[in-house]
Design a binder for this molecule. Structure first.
Ligand code: ADP
Length: 177
């Protein structure tokens, strides 16, 4: 077999990552642009285990990754205990919190619950390498970027599903995946 053929068979991170072309966009949190109510709705409307944090929707620059359960716990705690945190309180994942406009509720600072260096691969990374990294590092998820912009996410389950699909499909192609 030609090595070119082998290359054309190789599955890349972009083939396995979510969202798929037809899916709704990735659910992300902006580092300083959302309030408690908006993040609570995101949590209520989705069941994802975690959310990438980005600089802004426009830039899609990755800042970190926050686990769903840590968000839930922190927001609940803040609502119960932190003086004045309400639905309209702005959430900050940034290092510094700018002074809030007069008469606005106190901000909620959540940088502490964010993973500042979530594992990332580019969309052109071969899946065999991604699988290797998942195994060796015991990852649960990995983010996918292109030119520094966040494109998608691959979870451990996505990989297992992909492998099962490959096994069912074309026995020859498994060799290359
Ligand atoms: P699992 O894959 O273990 O079920 P999740 O519940 O986090 O883990 O993810 C379910 C599906 O949604 C997966 O296919 C995953 O790639 C995708 N996904 C995970 N997080 C997000 C997110 N924040 N936005 C969009 N899709 C996501």
């Amino acid at each position: 077999l030609e090595s070119k053929e082998e290359f054309s068979h190789k599955t890349l991170a972009m083939d396995v990552m979510r969202p798929r072309r037809s899916d709704p966009p990735l659910s992300v949190i902006t580092q300083d642009g959302m309030n408690v109510e908006e993040v609570e709705s995101l949590i209520a409307e989705t069941s994802y285990s975690g959310f990438p944090v980005v600089v802004s929707h426009e830039s899609q620059r990755l800042v970190g990754f926050v686990q769903r359960r840590d968000l839930v716990i922190s927001i609940d705690n803040a609502r119960q205990r932190q003086e004045g945190v309400v639905s309209a309180s702005r959430i900050f994942f940034t290092e510094y919190t700018p002074p809030q406009p007069p008469n606005s509720p106190p901000p909620l600072k959540l940088r502490g619950i964010m993973d500042l260096s979530p594992f990332t691969v580019t969309d052109h990374t071969a899946m065999d390498i991604v699988v290797d990294i998942f195994r060796k590092l015991g990852l649960r998820q990995c983010l996918v970027t292109h030119n520094g912009r966040l494109l998608g996410i691959i979870t451990k389950k996505d990989i297992l599903k992909h492998m099962a699909q490959m096994a069912n499909r074309d026995p020859d192609s498994i060799l290359f995946n």
